[in-house]
Ligand binder design. Structure first.
Ligand code: HEM
Length: 461
């Protein structure tokens, strides 16, 4: 494998595309596999290798079909020639996976989200995931084509597929049924991402520096790893971790919650019941459903701010504009003063998620729907899991000492010791919602490495 100097800008042709850019293809499908033997696994990667999209520019001709590949720790074990000694160079969170005690301390998949009920990834022999293939297509026909190319290669090489093709309703597909960039619960998503940069020299205060996401370019001696001039470092270099999470969204519970709590909104908000519901939805998220951040547009959504990302929370010390536990305020507290034990600056995640499943109809909420979350980072423990633990326990800033509370949208409400109440400070005093329900239920999780293209090539032989 070619080695690059640690200070040189990484070669985009060696990096899987989704790490550096969000794919905007209207159709995508995520296929989840277990390998059965090494030759089959390697041959599978070889068969689909020609369709991998790198991070290089595709110019004017957007590829009609393309894919990216993720391997879990067991997938790496099954396909690579790394010895046990070098496999141990990978971080514990990745080796042990999302159901380990350490990871569950952050993810808190209690009760309805318990891993025993997951559709994949609960790490029993039947459920462990080795590989996820993320496919993208421009039309429904080409979506079917790329899915069949991957599925046929999987069958030919003895792989087991989760959520198989003959169970169309469960497959993780997006049929572009949602208005573009909106997700269930009707919020605009994909607004704020780290601005990926490459500073020379590395800037430890720039959380968008690619070295925080790409493996092999540590900002400090401690990570992200594995690094160094050894087989594990070579294997992982130019890769990035992907915490892949399938999150069911209970739109019925969410809609009923908004209707039930809208009457608590202040009088001036009660222009119509619908507007009061919008206000509650904005307070849970920190942005109005159109995307306007509460910090910039506290009183009403505004098209002019719907994609705004340049704001902070320091001036809102009472949470009067944006509640402390609003989802986006917890996920990225920006300039908020955090407990001294927390990292500064706040770690970021690259989010490449999308909605799955059809929205409810006027007549029925039946059906499976939610978010396919792809959370990309250089360190699962200190980026993804840290932010997740903040969402479940909000123990990261002294603002929360008198009122614990949890992330308004996604936290697991059965997290031990968690306070399920949600506070909305207003000029006339605080509105307290006593008990937030489970809006989101975990359906499955897998921690993957999105290896470099040269690493995938060496696997494919
Ligand atoms: C079904 C589950 C989820 C829903 C409905 C949801 C919804 C949203 C929405 C509507 C936004 C605002 C749009 C934007 O800023 O781009 C957002 C932002 C964000 N979400 Fe989520 N999210 C979910 C799960 C997660 C999870 C599991 C994490 C990570 C642990 C996460 C981390 C973030 C972060 C970091 C931001 C950006 C905040 C900022 O930079 O201001 N989300 N989410």
């Amino acid at each position: 494998m070619t080695k690059t100097n640690n200070n040189s800008i990484p070669d985009k042709s060696n990096i899987q595309g989704m790490i550096l850019r969000g794919f905007t293809h209207p159709y995508s499908c995520h296929l989840i596999f277990q390998f059965n033997d090494k030759p089959g696994a390697k041959n599978f990667i070889k068969s689909i290798f020609p369709y991998i999209q790198s991070a290089e520019s595709w110019g004017d001709a957007k590829p009609d079909i393309m894919l990216n590949i993720g391997l879990t720790y067991s997938g790496i074990k099954a396909t690579s020639d790394l010895s046990e000694t070098y496999l141990e160079y990978f971080p514990n969170s990745f080796i042990e996976g999302p159901t380990s005690a350490g990871s569950q301390g952050s993810l808190n998949d209690w009760g309805v989200s318990d891993p025993s009920g997951w559709a994949f990834g609960n790490d029993t022999d039947e459920q462990h995931v080795d590989c996820i293939v993320h496919t993208y297509a421009m039309t429904d026909e080409t979506r079917a084509l790329i899915v069949s190319i991957v599925s046929d290669a999987a069958k030919a090489n003895g792989l087991t597929e989760f959520l198989p093709i003959d169970n169309g309703t469960k497959r993780l597909e997006e049929y572009a049924l949602m208005p573009r960039n909106f997700i269930h619960f009707a919020y605009l998503d994909g607004i704020d991402q780290p601005d990926l940069t490459w500073n020379d020299p590395a800037d430890p205060n720039d959380t968008g520096d690619l070295r925080n996401f790409l493996i092999g370019y540590p900002l400090s001696d401690s990570g992200p790893g594995p690094t160094g001039d050894n087989p594990a470092g070579d294997f992982a270099k130019d890769g990035c971790y992907n915490a892949f999470r399938m999150l069911y969204q209970d739109v019925k519970v969410f809609d009923e919650f908004l209707i039930a709590n809208a009457p608590k909104a202040p009088k001036e908000i009660q222009q119509t019941p619908e507007y009061a519901q919008e206000w509650i939805a904005a307070k849970l998220n920190g942005r109005w459903r159109n995307g306007s951040p509460l910090e910039l547009s506290p009183n009403a959504p505004d098209v002019a701010t719907s994609h705004a990302t340049d704001f902070g929370y320091k001036g809102d010390t009472t949470g009067m504009k944006c509640p402390f536990a609003a989802h986006t305020r917890v996920g990225n507290p920006r300039d908020e003063v955090l407990n001294s034990s927390e990292p500064s600056p706040v770690p970021r995640l690259i989010r490449r998620g999308m909605a799955y499943g059809a929205p409810p109809t006027l007549k029925s909420y039946d059906g499976e729907r939610g978010l396919i979350g792809l959370f990309l980072c250089g360190s699962i423990a200190t980026q993804f899991e840290l932010l997740y633990s903040w969402m479940n326990t909000t123990n990261f800033a002294s603002t929360f000492t008198s009122q614990q509370g949890q992330d308004g949208l996604i936290a697991n409400r059965d997290t031990p010791g968690a306070d399920r109440s949600f506070n909305i400070p207003t000029a006339d005093g605080s509105i307290t919602i006593d008990s937030l329900p489970h809006f989101v239920i975990t359906r499955g999780t897998a921690y993957c490495l999105l290896p470099s293209i040269s690493t995938l090539k060496s696997i494919a032989g």
